[in-house]
Design a protein around this ligand. Structure first.
Ligand SMILES: [Fe+2]
Ligand SMILES: [Fe+2]
Length: 445
């Protein structure tokens, strides 16, 4: 099955579950009337998933988990395994908490870099009718104490990358098993985690409660997210932040307020930069009904990238690795470079959508090259490949593999990066053959 056929079949599957946009709003759901007081009745379990650590950073972390009813979630967090002196942090921000019935999101801030923290999740079950008619009718805490280590210069410089999982859970099961065995400091999910999601329930199934063995796959290994073109498609994905929190506002200037997906994180000797190549079709393509704004988004990331590369912890890292979904390079003249106006069609190219992103390459790679970026890791093609540096392109370009376990040439990959002295060691794990596909070494800047 080629990439286009895979995506067509995915679209057909999701088309069957398309619903009216109003059904996506949690507040439109009927407030449950059968909620029972704690210890009484038989209300279903309130907490419906293990926690997921989102937006790996040196002084904050996002904790998300699913619930089955209206709830007010929280995290208890401490540097001690017994949660002594634990801080209790509620969902939402100032003014009101984030009362929801499907996904709880707790932003934990004020953390120390490269420090191990222990935490537990919990939630109050809320009966809300109207106005002053609201009360706590129960409380549930996950009995397990989880732990994680924040990013920072003192952290272990060790990452894994997965991409184009497309809600293919047999593959995801194997990817998460491999990641657990490798035990990296963090994982970069390099886009196309989804297909075209119309409902938050399908997002919950993909990220928070996937049908895989390791339900806690992201409870102790924090994740970073570089969105793919599919992760903006579908009414639920248009509001992706209801499932995966935006990054902390203090991580960027007010000019970059709307760039909540970009990341610049120092982890040991490695600086990691996350960019968003956005859609793989032009904003002017009639298929998009003028509902996308990728062009301005790509340009806005230039100023952000300039500033991120100057940040001390990024500029002083021996290794600089950038991540984005759509490739930033191709030497195949039949590959559509994603800048064909108005509707992406040109008979010289083999497809009428971007196989690589020439606009992003022109905007971003001169800055990355000037900063002596050693490697850019991308995805999108569903076929692993490596473009070694050349005399005119100083960075290596690594493209992650596909979503299926039944296509030998498009095997899924876990790309592992590790700082080993003055070398960055990259290992490409073939998840189909369970063997190491390739290894690469890069010198420090
Ligand atoms: Fe994909
Ligand atoms: Fe893609």
């Amino acid at each position: 099955m080629d990439r286009r056929e895979f995506l067509r079949n995915s679209a057909a599957l999701t088309a069957a579950t398309v619903v009216a946009p109003e059904l996506l709003q949690a507040t439109d759901k009927q407030v449950p009337s059968t909620t029972t007081e704690e210890g009484q009745g038989s209300a279903p379990k309130l907490i419906a998933s293990a926690p997921m650590l989102q937006n790996y950073a040196s002084n904050s972390i996002g904790v998300a988990f699913a619930v089955n009813d209206w709830a007010n979630g929280y995290v208890l967090i401490s540097e001690h395994p017994d949660l002594a002196d634990a801080r209790k942090i509620k969902c939402g921000g100032y003014r009101v908490t984030d009362l929801t019935d499907r996904v709880q999101q707790i932003r934990v801030t004020g953390l120390k870099p490269a420090t191990r923290y222990y935490y537990r999740i919990g939630a109050d079950r809320i009966q809300y009718k109207a106005g002053y008619s609201m009360k706590i009718t129960g409380n549930e805490e996950d009995p397990r104490v989880y732990s994680f280590v924040t990013a920072g210069k003192g952290a272990d410089g060790h990452f894994c990358v997965i991409n184009d999982t497309h809600a293919t859970f047999d593959t995801f099961d194997k990817l998460t098993e491999k990641i657990a065995a490798l035990a990296p400091s963090c994982v970069v999910w390099n886009g196309d985690a989804t297909n075209c999601e119309e409902r938050i329930d399908s997002q919950v199934r993909i990220f928070l409660d996937p049908p895989i063995t390791r339900k806690d796959y992201a409870s102790e290994i924090p994740y970073l997210f570089a969105p793919g073109n599919h992760d903006s498609r579908g009414m639920a994905n248009r509001h992706f932040e209801r499932l995966w929190m935006w990054r902390q506002p203090e991580e960027r200037s007010s000019r970059d307020w709307d760039l909540g997906r970009n990341f610049a994180v120092r982890m040991g000797d490695i600086a990691m930069i996350g960019l968003d190549t956005a859609e793989d079709k032009q904003d002017t393509n009639p298929i998009f009904a003028s509902l996308f704004n990728s062009a301005a988004y790509r340009e806005a990331q230039v100023a952000w990238l300039q500033d991120a590369l100057k940040r001390k912890e990024i500029a002083t890292a021996p290794f600089l690795v950038a991540f984005c979904h759509i490739p930033l390079f191709s030497d195949d003249p039949t590959h559509n470079p994603g800048d064909v106006t108005p509707a992406d069609y040109d008979p010289q190219y083999s497809a009428d959508f971007a196989y690589w992103q020439r606009t992003c390459a022109r905007l971003w790679t001169p800055l990355l090259e000037k900063a002596k970026c050693q490697l850019i890791i991308t995805a999108h093609m569903h076929t692993y490949r490596y473009d070694a540096p050349t005399a005119t392109r100083k960075w290596g370009h690594l493209v992650g593999g596909g979503p299926r376990l039944n296509e030998a040439a498009k095997f899924p990959t876990v790309i592992e990066g590790k700082a080993e002295g003055r070398k960055l060691h990259i290992t490409v794990h073939n998840i189909l053959t369970c063997a190491i596909q390739d290894e690469y070494w890069f010198n420090a800047r």
